[in-house]
Design a protein around this ligand. Structure first.
Ligand SMILES: Cc1cc2nc3c(=O)[nH]c(=O)nc-3n(C[C@H](O)[C@H](O)[C@H](O)COP(=O)(O)OP(=O)(O)OC[C@H]3O[C@@H](n4cnc5c(N)ncnc54)[C@H](O)[C@@H]3O)c2cc1C
Length: 475
């Protein structure tokens, strides 16, 4: 059989692989996603989309469909011995340049199903119930071998094949795993309780902080229970919940998902190998779920990568650009592992015996990671910083910047009076806002005549129109 040809083969149709394919499709790239599973996730796993992910989803045109399905949540409280101790939300309330200052509590399955459905509408992009057995690279490109021997040729391959990534293994990318011996139960279901329930994240202080209550979409609630052993039954986890909540009691009327996970931490030594193969999502980084960063970090990988492939494949940009995927995302992954690692350890170990309060204080200290809004590329200054969202007047209608950013192109915001006939390549869209609208933008953008925004919503360059013209000429 003659091998099929495509721009990008994506191994794994988890949320990250599906998002890579969806964004690639927005940019006009041809992609094939291969997954051994029969369909998208039905229940369980990640439970929250952070504020930066919500902005990215808006750029990708997915926000309007996902947002109404979830439950906004931006408060965390601490309870001990049945008494309210404290409630915090300052790290959300203080976020500048953002209109959705909260987590959207929404299960991973909703994200996967929407992406899967959108891709199916475009054609046979996702190939299910098919194992990838081998990936090879030659000077001509990549060759992916499926179970049964079929081969697909492509310019690039993305290993979005999860924590036990075959792609990572095939290319011998070191992935040293730290196991801090912390084991958690996760229970999703509908609860019945005399506890004064509000839709917020609750850390309970008992002997330690081994129980956390997470609101979810619809009627569902989630409990994380630290068990410290792999040998436990559902009843043991329920007993711990009731210990933490006493004198209140709780029972599950129905359970939709019950699982356990042992915390493992690692960041792949390379995210880009042989100039052709990328690792993204759990294939590139794994860590504890504390802080809800697994899914969010993986989706941000996809947003960082696909526009770069678009620039190289469709617009003839120098392939050196692709190395910036690793240069930008690997430090983020390391900081995420650090944050979630500090959080998960604090549930058990505390010098003052105040684990739940310690936990919330770490969330506050590391809010940049947890909200996603503190992620930036490069050092100080506006370049590499996320562009703030702000109200924008387009003709007679008012909208927000993120609702008009387009993932398939850069956006040039022009704040000067005159729109001095800049010659722009087809991959840059211009938005002439004028000086009046500059004042509604975040203070960081004042005093700049123009701002060039990357397709993933980070600032490429700011300054005078002349400076931007020079920058564009080098692109
Ligand atoms: C028990 C559990 C609870 C979690 N809870 C949370 C949480 O509360 N919050 C949070 O943010 N994150 C959580 N996570 C993490 C989150 O689910 C992951 O970060 C996220 O799924 C990563 O997405 P991914 O697409 O990179 O990988 P995955 O979702 O693992 O997808 C990888 C895909 O690759 C496919 N695949 C693998 N190898 C092959 C092959 N050789 N051929 C074909 N297909 C292949 C698999 O079938 C799978 O569909 C949890 C994870 C687990 C396991």
């Amino acid at each position: 059989m003659k091998p099929q040809d495509t721009d990008v083969v994506i191994v794994g149709a988890g949320p990250v692989g599906l998002m890579c394919a969806y964004l690639g499709n927005l940019c006009g790239l041809s992609t094939i996603v291969v997954d051994k599973s029969a369909g998208p996730l039905e229940v369980g796993r990640a439970d929250a989309l952070n504020a930066r992910t919500l902005q990215l989803l808006e750029i990708g045109g997915l926000f309007d469909e996902l947002y109404p399905l979830g439950k906004p949540c931006n408060t965390s409280s601490v309870w001990a011995e049945g008494k309210f101790v404290s409630r915090q939300s300052s790290w959300w309330d203080d976020l500048p340049g953002c209109f959705h200052k909260h987590f959207l509590m929404l299960g991973q399955s909703y994200v996967e199903k929407l992406l899967d459905q959108k891709l199916r509408a475009k054609g046979p992009i996702v190939r299910r119930s098919t194992m990838v057995e081998d990936v090879r690279v030659s000077p001509e490109g990549c060759e992916t071998t499926l179970a049964g021997g079929e081969k697909i040729r492509s310019k690039y391959v993305i290993g979005a094949d999860g924590s036990r990534s075959l792609v990572r293994e095939k290319f011998k990318v070191p992935f040293q795993i730290v196991r801090p011996e912390l084991v958690w139960a996760v229970i999703d279901g509908i609860v019945e309780t005399d506890f004064p329930k509000v839709p917020e994240i609750i850390a309970f202080q008992a002997d330690t902080a081994d129980v956390a209550w997470i609101p979810r979409e619809g009627e569902i609630d989630r409990f994380y229970v630290r068990m410290d052993t792999k040998e436990f039954a559902l009843e043991d986890a329920l007993a711990k919940i009731n210990r933490a909540m006493r004198p209140h009691t709780l029972r599950f009327k129905g359970i939709t998902w019950f699982s356990q996970f042992s915390v493992k931490e690692s960041v792949a030594e390379k995210f880009f190998v042989h100039d052709r193969v990328f690792l993204a999502g759990d294939a590139a980084h794994i860590h504890s779920v504390n802080g809800g960063q697994g899914l969010n970090t993986g989706l941000a990988d996809a947003f960082n990568l696909m526009w770069k492939l678009n620039q190289v494949i469709n617009h003839g940009k120098n392939p050196e650009l692709l190395q910036s995927y690793e240069d930008e995302r690997q430090p983020v992954a390391r900081s995420v592992v650090e944050t979630s690692g500090e959080l998960v350890r604090s549930t058990k170990y505390s010098e003052t015996g105040t684990q739940a309060l310690d936990y919330v204080n770490i969330v506050q200290k590391r809010a940049g990671n947890i909200t996603g809004m503190g992620i930036r590329y490069g050092k100080e200054g506006p370049v590499g910083q996320r562009v703030p969202d702000f109200k924008v007047q387009v003709g007679a209608s008012e909208t927000r910047l993120y609702s008009i950013l387009d993932y398939a192109s850069y956006t040039l915001l022009v704040f000067s009076e005159a729109d001095t006939g800049l010659q722009l390549p087809p991959f840059i869209k211009k938005l002439h806002l004028g000086p009046g609208q500059q004042r509604s933008a975040a203070p960081g953008l004042l005093h700049h005549e123009a701002v060039l925004v990357r397709p993933d919503g980070y600032i490429e360059e700011t300054g005078t129109l002349e400076l931007i013209r020079l920058k564009i000429a080098q692109m």
